[in-house]
Design a protein around this ligand. Structure first.
Ligand SMILES: [Mn+2]
Length: 317
């Protein structure tokens, strides 16, 4: 049997989903199945792009529903899994017993493992560590800021390599390795470590910049990052450096926008008393109750700074 696994690429949960499904399939259906892997990425307008169904079984994991009858297995946990009402109706009418959708799951990896155990009687105890970490990373359920920032956990290193590496062979090698080896063994492989080195260097530089510019007052830490070139930093750095801060506000300059970022520190030990989305909406931004942002054109940096200061002042009250 040839089995082609399409999975959410550049994503730790996507890679773990592919690894867990392959182990489950081997155990439940065909110990000698031949697996091929193909990463999928979200595209503007939601199209799948070019996709080739050229195996005996086609599996889509941690990614939206595809209406083709060639797709024999599907697992997803994203709220926005259906592009159209027709797709949703097709899923609801499916009687194969091989298509699963549950948006209450923090990770698709855990959904697959639970379905394997509960519906097919297949336990995968050797993958317990992988399943645990996929749930932590995809659900941002870190026990503390230290775990999210210090990057010593093998799962964190693999997450950054999978997200950042442009080498698709390396990303697929990781999917295969995760089926046979521990996270620590996979993460310490020389090819993974050499991809991780520049990512770690960028992260450490971001920490130094945050340390230099942070101003903490009345439970709000403020970062004016506009003199520095850091895009796409780890948002937990603020809470790791300033554990006493209840909120963080930062203003940064990017190529395409000036941005004000606002967040609540879940490890501050103090309750959130402000709705961050509503606060950002006052300035044309948005988000969730716990994290939000306001984006402005790149030439409105001065206005972004004023807005950031106003939001910080509002959060101090
Ligand atoms: Mn996921």
């Amino acid at each position: 049997m040839t089995v082609k696994i399409f999975y959410h690429d550049h994503c730790f949960d996507g890679a773990c989903s592919a690894a867990v499904f392959a182990c489950f399939y081997r155990r439940a259906f065909d110990a000698r199945a031949q697996f091929r892997y193909a990463g999928l990425m979200h595209r503007p307008g939601g199209s799948f792009g070019e996709i080739h169904f050229d195996a005996d079984e086609h599996v889509i994991l941690d990614f939206k529903f595809h209406p083709s009858e060639k797709v024999t297995w599907w697992f997803d946990h994203h709220q926005s899994a259906f592009l159209t009402v027709v797709d949703e109706a097709l899923f609801r009418a499916d009687t194969s017993g091989k298509k699963f959708f549950d948006p209450t799951y923090k990770s698709c990896t855990k959904l697959i493992a639970d379905v394997a155990r509960d519906r097919f009687g297949v336990e995968l105890p050797e993958l317990a560590e992988l399943i645990y970490w996929a749930d932590i990373v995809d659900g941002a359920q870190y026990p503390d800021a230290e775990t999210a920032v210090n990057l010593t956990a093998p799962a964190m290193q693999l997450t950054l390599v999978l997200e950042g590496s442009k080498d698709h062979r390396l990303r697929q090698d990781i999917v295969r390795a995760l089926q046979e080896r521990s996270l620590a063994e996979v993460a310490t492989a020389p090819e993974v470590q050499s991809a991780f080195a520049p990512i770690r260097a960028r992260h450490e530089r971001a920490i130094e910049i945050f340390r230099k510019v942070g101003e903490c007052q009345d439970g709000v830490v403020f970062f004016d990052l506009t003199d520095h070139d850091i895009e796409g930093y780890n948002k937990f750095i603020a809470y790791w450096l300033y554990p006493q801060a209840r909120y963080s506000v930062s203003v940064s300059r990017g190529t395409y926008r000036s941005k004000v970022s606002v967040g609540y520190n879940p490890w501050s030990g103090r309750p959130r008393e402000h709705n961050i989305a509503s606060l950002c909406e006052r300035y044309g931004g948005g988000g969730h109750a716990v994290v939000g942002a306001v984006s402005l054109p790149p030439n409105e940096l001065d206005r972004a700074k004023v807005i950031a200061r106003e939001i910080a002042a509002a959060l101090r009250n």
